[in-house]
Design a protein around this ligand. Structure first.
Ligand code: UT7
Length: 325
């Protein structure tokens, strides 16, 4: 019998690393504040001209190599991102062209930080209809293009990175046991970018401030924990797995204090919780697939592990997935 499985993972990020000390030079902040309040020490920031596909394509190639799947054999590309190369074509179509995945259908999943696990959810359902499909799920951002470098309340938090996974149905492999999602549009104004959409189009008076991320951090903090716990419990129930059986947790990398609170709620020691926020900051839809790829590469997750992944972001959106590695 075939199950939906993760066949390969990959990730990529700009080589330009910006440390907290670098930020101290351009805004009123300190390494001490950033580390204590967020756990972030450095982040990757795209250089001028660098764009989403520059990192989505190498991440995808790494995942395809590990999967042993040719780009030409992909049937579907789902790109979870709010920062594709262009508004049109989609990020997925840009990646399709560069990979030469001529048979694939490409579309973007606009769910902010939750974009990758939302993509996994869509892939899971496609595969239940057609188990012969090879699906590439990408998640990630060049989020730095939406940062106001004069706003210390957001600029220090985010970074650029993209991850990818190839998903298919096979008799053996790293099983995707369940994926659950949720959203609440009523809370959209807690984390948003005002402009570039049809409500605030670009006119000759367009204010660049409208392209920046705005966030009510404290309120987001509370909603993040509540909803990641709720959706994780749903995903565990759907998978038929208890919290006791979970051996590794891959949480959204938005704030070390949120990660630690989640670990406490899940009654897991930090040694079972994957953390790379110190090196990446919050890469939005990139956090989960980049962490998954690094967890695989470093053998943080190994065959036999039951892995819980959970995420939260603008929308508001949230999601969780359970894997049997
Ligand atoms: O990925 C999507 C989901 N995002 C999240 O989950 C993020 C959730 N929120 C958070 O992670 C935290 O709320 C933040 C890290 C954004 C902020 O931490 P906080 O402990 O909630 O700080 P705060 O916003 O309450 O600000 C505390 C103080 C303020 O000063 P006063 O008013 O107490 O004098 C801020 O002005 O810290 C000040 N502050 C800073 N100081 C130095 C804010 N940002 C900075 C900064 N450097 N970068």
């Amino acid at each position: 019998m075939k199950h939906n499985v993760i066949l390969g993972t990959g990730s990529a990020a700009p080589d330009n690393v910006v440390t907290n000390a670098d930020l101290e030079k351009i805004m009123d902040t300190s390494d001490e504040w950033i580390v204590q309040r967020t756990g972030i020490k450095s982040r990757h920031i795209a250089r001028p001209g660098e764009k989403f596909s520059d990192f989505a394509v190498p991440a995808a190639r790494q995942a395809l190599d590990m999967a042993g799947v040719e780009a030409a054999d992909l049937d579907l590309i789902l790109a979870g991102t709010i920062s594709p190369d262009h508004i049109m074509p989609s990020g997925a179509c840009s990646v399709q062209a560069l990979l030469g995945a001529h048979k694939a259908t490409g579309m973007d999943v606009c769910a902010a930080c939750s974009g990758f696990i939302y993509g996994l959810s869509i892939a899971d359902k496609y595969l239940k209809c057609d188990p012969d499909m090879n699906i590439l799920v990408i998640g990630g951002e060049i989020v730095s293009h939406h940062l106001d470098w004069e706003d210390r309340t957001t600029a220090v938090l985010f970074g650029d990175a993209v991850g990818a996974a190839v998903v298919g149905a096979r008799a053996d492999g790293h099983r995707l046991l369940s994926v659950e999602t949720g959203s609440d549009g009523n809370l959209g104004r807690l984390l948003y970018i005002e402009g570039l959409g049809s409500a605030t189009p670009v006119t000759k008076d367009f204010d660049i401030d409208n392209t920046y991320i705005k966030m009510k951090g404290r309120e987001i903090f509370k909603h993040a924990i509540k909803n990641m716990v709720e959706v994780s419990n749903r995903a565990l129930a759907r998978a038929g797995v208890t919290l006791d059986q979970v051996t590794k947790v891959i949480p959204h990398q938005a704030n070390m204090r949120i990660i630690e609170m989640l670990a406490k709620q899940f009654k897991k020691p930090m040694s079972e919780v994957f953390v790379n926020i110190d090196r990446y900051g919050n890469s939005s839809a990139g956090t989960i697939p980049v962490a998954l790829s690094e967890a695989v590469d470093t053998k943080f997750i190994e065959p036999g592990d039951i892995v819980l992944m959970t995420v939260f972001g603008g929308g508001l959106t949230w999601a969780a997935a359970v894997l049997e590695w």
